[in-house]
Design a binder for this molecule. Structure first.
Ligand code: DC
Length: 196
């Protein structure tokens, strides 16, 4: 069975948690596409060459979740050649047999516009910054500034900017528990699965 769940949205909206839960629930493979951009961002050197030569070791680095890696990812993600180098791998993953969940910024719009389920997971910048601050610590005002800076760059870039696909279902997690957000996503996937 080919079945793709595309989950897009801004940083720290809950995409990762929802994606992992949906993948576990239905036995689908999961790809955190942000990790590809983070690995390119922290690798250093020419980002286009880094994207073309990305290795499993690059993706296994333990510093990929830092604020710095997020910023570096967002900066290299504006480069069209970097995006092009990562495109085919993501497309193939999305249409692999057995079902796949991909989370990122452009899954429903560019990587897999034919995805069977498209979700746009969002939350207010303040709520997202607070969640990220609980993870990384430090100065919460700085974390909020970084979240806003990254939103502006991800939404404002020319190539594959972050936006909800026209046919995406929006889940605003600002006032939802993890369980509630996951339950909504699972219900949407279940409803679509019975139709295929
Ligand atoms: O989801 P994340 O925070 O790990 O993503 C890090 C950065 O990578 C994000 O700010 C923009 C970029 N990104 C992208 O441009 N396209 C994707 N599909 C995923 C991430």
């Amino acid at each position: 069975m080919i079945f793709t769940v595309a989950i897009d949205g801004p940083a720290a909206a809950g995409k990762g948690t929802i994606s992992r839960a949906v993948a576990d629930r239905f036995g689908f493979a999961h790809l955190d596409t942000g990790a590809l951009y983070r690995a390119v961002g922290v690798k250093g050197g020419d980002p286009v060459l880094a994207a073309r030569g990305l290795t499993p070791e690059d993706l296994a680095r333990d510093d990929l979740r830092s604020l710095e890696a997020g910023q570096a990812a967002s900066r290299v993600a504006v480069i069209p050649e970097v995006r092009a180098a990562l495109l085919e791998f993501q497309r193939r993953f999305a249409r692999r047999a057995g079902g796949a969940v991909l989370d990122g910024r452009d899954i429903g719009t560019v990587i897999c516009p034919e995805a069977e389920v498209k979700l746009y997971v969002t939350a207010s910048a303040e709520v997202r910054a607070h969640r990220r601050w609980l993870e990384v610590g430090g100065d919460e005002t700085r974390v909020l500034a970084e979240v806003r800076e990254r939103d502006a760059r991800d939404m404002g870039r020319a190539d594959a900017p972050l936006r909800a696909a026209d046919d995406a279902v929006v889940i605003d997690t600002s006032d939802l528990s993890i369980e509630e957000a996951v339950a909504r996503a699972v219900a949407l996937v279940e409803a679509r699965l019975v139709a295929v």
